[in-house]
Design a protein around this ligand. Structure first.
Ligand code: GUN
Length: 281
């Protein structure tokens, strides 16, 4: 029977550590703000944005909210980012994704100064992460590393299978696990014999974006299972990419949905903001 990894508790510990750090930095005269930009009013995005603003308030950093209408043009958004790039007190800039279809996501991400790219999505941040140079780490994968470490799950030498190859989770996740000396396999929708490959994992990280896709037949007895998915099932209840009830008895550790990976993403965003204030870059 698996240990249930409590992401809510671990993220709270991290936020409490950050709160202390922020107060020490304030005493040294080091402060800064996070600018949070949302274009349109997608309800899920509004929840995430609210949670990010609340987390800033909790750890004691200022957040500046930019709630822009759906019809905002790409040019207007790029102009705002440029302004924020130049504003000294703004230490982090976050543009909530997805953006409306008429705005090019890549262009927007590339417009954010890498020094303020607290999401870690800019190609320069991704490049630095790839070669192990200093820079902001992508929040969800960095949060998963913290979940594993703080749950005393050894990574070095283990076989980690990542299911999914998105730019914001799958790919950076694989790179960070490699940095932690895991042996890493990345799988995706074109992978053959997916259950067989997943069954080789000591650590199985699932970010496929398909509700309850991974059942017990994908999991080796004693594996640690990390579920990045978040969906609503037919009864409007939150669920992940993993069939929790079916997989739990086989696993040694598993993250629940909600309360697993989700809260860690915000904790690591706060960590990046504090890093940015600290470095005063
Ligand atoms: N949309 C879903 N996840 C994220 C995230 O981590 N950052 C941003 N900016 N948008 C998202």
């Amino acid at each position: 029977m698996a240990v249930i990894i409590d992401g809510k508790k671990i993220s709270q510990q991290i936020k409490d550590e950050l709160k202390e750090k922020v107060s020490a930095l304030k005493a040294e005269g080091k402060t800064g703000a996070l600018a949070v930009i949302q274009v349109g009013a997608d309800p899920a995005s509004s929840v995430y944005v609210r949670n990010k603003k609340n987390a800033c308030a909790y750890i004691g950093i200022e957040s500046l909210a930019y709630e822009l209408p759906e019809e905002t043009t790409e040019e207007e958004l790029l102009h705002l980012i440029q302004e924020l790039n130049e504003k000294e007190k703004v230490r982090g800039i976050l543009v909530q994704l997805p953006l409306p279809g008429h705005i090019c996501q890549e262009k927007v991400i590339q417009a954010i100064s890498p020094e303020k790219d607290v999401d870690g999505f800019h190609p320069e941040s991704v490049g630095n992460m790839t070669i192990g140079a200093p820079g902001f780490l992508s929040c969800t994968p960095a949060g998963i590393i913290q979940l594993l470490k703080r749950s005393d799950i050894e990574i070095a030498g283990k076989h980690c299978v990542v299911v999914g190859r998105s730019n914001i989770v799958g790919k950076p996740m694989a790179l960070l696990m490699l940095r932690e000396n895991a042996t890493v396999t990345v799988t995706h929708s074109r992978t053959r014999n997916l259950p067989e490959i997943c069954r080789q994992a000591d650590i199985l990280i699932v970010a496929v974006g398909k509700p309850q896709f991974i059942g017990a037949e994908y999991v080796k007895e004693g594996a640690a299972v990390i579920d990045v998915g978040i969906h609503r099932d037919e009864n409007n209840k939150l669920c992940g990419d993993v069939k929790f009830d079916e997989v739990m008895p086989r696993a040694s550790a598993i993250t629940p949905v909600p309360g697993g990976v989700g809260p860690m993403t915000i904790a690591m965003l706060m960590n990046n903001c504090v890093q940015s204030i600290e470095e005063g870059r």
